[in-house]
Structure formats: C-alpha cells, structure tokens
Ligand binder design. Structure first.
Ligand SMILES: NC(=O)C1=CN([C@@H]2O[C@H](COP(=O)(O)OP(=O)(O)OC[C@H]3O[C@@H](n4cnc5c(N)ncnc54)[C@H](OP(=O)(O)O)[C@@H]3O)[C@@H](O)[C@H]2O)C=CC1
Ligand SMILES: Nc1nc(=O)c2c([nH]1)NC[C@@H]1CN(c3ccc(C(=O)N[C@@H](CCC(=O)O)C(=O)O)cc3)C=[N+]21
Ligand SMILES: [Mg+2]
Length: 354
C-alpha cells in the first residue's frame, strides 16, 4: 500500500506538466518536522491556509505558490505561546544577541527584522553594533560578554563581516551551546556525520526543509539539486537533505552544464545570489523550486532604493514548476522563524524546560 502511494507520488512528479498543482498536492507527507511545536497538522492541506495555493485558472495557470511568510507567521505564533508558557512557569524568557559590524543596508534590514520578530514572540533581544573598521578583539570581546550572560541563549554574528576580520576565527568564539546559527565548526561537523546530532541546525537550511515538509513535498528518495555550496546555505542544506535520504547533487560556479543537471531535479534549492540564474528551461516539468537567493537590485521607485530578486526567473518558473517559493515572502521569513525556534530550544535546554 505504502509502496503504491510512493509510486504514485513519483509519477506525479514526472508527469505534472499539464496539471502540476493537483498532482503536486497528491504527494504524501512522510518526513517528520524539524521543529517540536504545537502546530496544526500541515497535511492534508485543505483546511490549511499557508500551504501552496493552487493557481487561479486561466492562461496564467502554473505552479502553486508556497507562502513562506504565512507559514513563518504561524510558526512564530506557536513560538510565542511556548515563550509565554516558559515565562509563566519558570519566570524566564529566551534571549538572543546579535553582533553586527559595519552598516550594510541589507544587514541592517535583516537585523531589524530579527529583532522585531523576537519582540513579537516575547524573546529578549540585544544588538551590539560595531564600526566597520573595528578590531577583531572588539568583536571577540562582545562575544565573550554574551557567552557569559546567563540571560542570553542564542548568539548570532551577522554575516558578511568586513574583509579585515577573520570570519572563521570569530565564529569559533561563539559558545557551542549558544550557536543558534549553527555555524560553529563542531555543529557543522556533527550535522555532517552519521550518528551524531548537532545542537543547532543552520536556520536557512532548516527553513527550506521545514517549508518543503509543511507543503507536503516528499524528500526521501527524490532528486534534489542544491545550487551553491557556501558554509551558511548551500553546504548545510545538502547535508541536511542527506539526513532526509534525498539524492543530492551540488551545482556551483564551476559546474559545467548546470542547466542539464538541474533539469534532472524533482526539487531545486537555489542559493547563488545571481538574479534570473535559473530559467524555466532549467526545470523539469513539475519540479518544486525553493528560491533562497536574495539579490538586491536598484529600484529608485521603491522605499529603500532597491528591491529584492531571487535566483529564479519567476515568471518562467511558474509555467514549468509544480510549486515555487516567492522572493520576498518565501525562504527569508522561514529563516527568521527558525532562528527564533533555535533560540527557544536553546533556552529550554538551559533550564531543562520541557
Ligand atoms: N533567504 C534567506 O534566508 C537567505 C538568503 N541568502 C541569499 O542566498 C544567496 C546565497 O548566499 P550565500 O550562500 O551566503 O552566498 P555565497 O556568495 O557565499 O555563495 C554563493 C554560492 O553560489 C555559487 N554560485 C555563484 N554564482 C553561480 C553561478 N553563476 N552558477 C552556479 N552557482 C553559482 C557559488 O559557487 P562557488 O562555491 O563555486 O563559488 C557559491 O557556492 C544570496 O543571494 C544571499 O543573499 C543567504 C542567507 C539566507
Ligand atoms: N549570521 C547570519 N545568519 C543569517 O541567517 C544571515 C546572515 N548572517 N547574513 C545574511 C543572511 C541573509 N538572511 C536573511 C534573513 C531574512 C531575510 C528576510 O526576512 N527576507 C524577507 C524580506 C526582507 C525585507 O526586505 O524585509 C523575505 O524574503 O520575504 C532575508 C535574508 C539571513 N542571513
Ligand atoms: Mg529568502
């Protein structure tokens, strides 16, 4: 019986060209969620508003759009309830510290979004801002302070750091128990190794997987192409997918025929930072596309003078894929929700609060 359903799911991926959203919805949810929160069941989706909505009928019919923003809101609300329960029963709340060097506009926006999300969930947040030309010791001093602060359970060093700072050295200073980004080499190593569990899974990879699971997309046994192999997204995403028994291929800047390789994928997760890199012709009909890329492009008509584009040529992809994540409103909000989730988990671990 199980086998039959699996077969059906497989077929629905390869033959989804014409009626993509319907066959996409027929897939079954099998992978366990990465987060242990009291959330409504993600599957079946009928009663569940943040799951991919079918396209409106007509000429524009195509991929379902996965609403990462709504999904993240729901997760953040559940985190808020947990934080309240913790405060009411032991008088403690989780605390997150962000260390930011310089004043890159994009980083300022992300840090602002993180602080706002913490506030809404009842999580305490502290931000240390250091000047662009600060010394390595200044960064390390602020990390030591937070490492020792018992009200802080998560520490995040906003990346990228200015060129003159040694990123590896700095990230190594974050206490393993507070490494909510999961970037400490020991956390990464444990993520890579069978039979070992990392204390924290990096937020963006965790957000991508959670988004797939909550959309009912089968990961086990599916062909996944991850575009990018950076420490913060591509690599940990590939490692995490292997834990879910996906068949994972990596495409990067030196890959020959990336289009041909990507066309084999049931699921494409792209984190290159190159707008319109992934064209409709790169996709197998019915593929599920997760667009991590956030590329600021100049746009004088927008409030901040720029707007955000993903790696995926969206208007082409929606005609070929069975489901896509938008930018903005896709992976970005899920990344922040997972950061809060890791911070909550860390505080629970500290106080032995279940
Ligand atoms: N939504 C979210 O929550 C987040 C979004 N992001 C966004 O994701 C994107 C990637 O971030 P990050 O991993 O830090 O970036 P990096 O620049 O560190 O890594 C980019 C990766 O993409 C590869 N790449 C670059 N150009 C191409 C190309 N033309 N074809 C194929 N592969 C290519 C690189 O290959 P190689 O290794 O060979 O050089 C590298 O592995 C950015 O747009 C970033 O803003 C990042 C974090 C969170
Ligand atoms: N130590 C560290 N940890 C990170 O997790 C980390 C980092 N450094 N450096 C930069 C990248 C990028 N990143 C994003 C998080 C949220 C959105 C996000 O919220 N995006 C919104 C829109 C953003 C807006 O314009 O408001 C969206 O896609 O809908 C985007 C990008 C985390 N990163
Ligand atoms: Mg995103």
């Amino acid at each position: 019986m199980r086998k039959k359903i699996l077969l059906m799911a497989k077929r629905s991926i390869t033959t989804a060209a014409t009626a993509a959203p319907l066959t996409y919805r027929r897939q079954i949810l099998k992978s366990p969620s990465l987060i242990s929160l009291d959330l409504p069941d993600a599957w079946p989706p009928n009663h569940h508003s943040c799951l991919p909505s079918p396209p409106s009928s007509g000429e524009e019919a195509g991929a379902a759009v996965i609403n990462g923003k709504l999904m993240a809101e729901e997760i953040r609300a559940a985190i808020g309830s947990e934080v309240a329960r913790m405060r009411d029963s032991i008088g403690k709340v989780p605390g997150l510290a962000v260390v930011m060097v310089g004043d890159r506009k994009a980083s300022l926006i992300y840090v602002h979004n993180k602080v706002k999300a913490c506030e809404e969930a009842g999580i305490k947040s502290l931000v240390t801002r250091l000047p662009q030309d600060c010394a390595e010791d200044a960064v390390i001093d602020s990390l030591s302070k937070y490492n020792e602060d018992p009200t802080i359970h998560g520490i995040l060093v906003q990346l990228p750091l200015p060129q003159h700072l040694d990123e590896a050295k700095i990230l190594n200073e974050v206490s393993l128990e507070k490494d909510v980004d999961g970037f400490h080499p020991l956390n990464m190593g444990n993520l890579a190794m069978r039979g070992r569990e990392p204390l924290f899974i990096p937020c963006t990879p965790k957000g991508c997987i959670e988004l797939l699971i909550r959309s009912g997309v089968e990961i086990m046994g599916s062909n996944v192409v991850v575009i990018g192999k950076s420490n913060i997204v591509g690599l940990p995403t590939s490692l995490l997918l292997q834990r879910y028994h996906a068949t994972v291929s990596t495409v990067h800047a030196f890959t020959e025929h990336p289009d041909k390789i990507t066309r084999e994928a049931d699921i494409v997760i792209t984190a290159a930072g190159v707008p319109d890199l992934v064209r409709g012709s790169w996709l197998k009909p019915g593929a599920v596309v997760v667009d991590v890329g956030i590329c600021p492009v100049e746009d004088p008509s927008s409030e901040f003078g720029f707007r955000l584009l993903g790696d995926v040529c969206y208007k082409e992809a929606v005609r070929v894929a069975s489901a896509v994540t938008p930018v903005p409103g896709g992976v970005g909000p899920m990344t922040i929700a997972m950061l809060l989730c890791n911070t909550l988990d860390s505080a629970k671990r500290t106080y032995n609060f279940v």
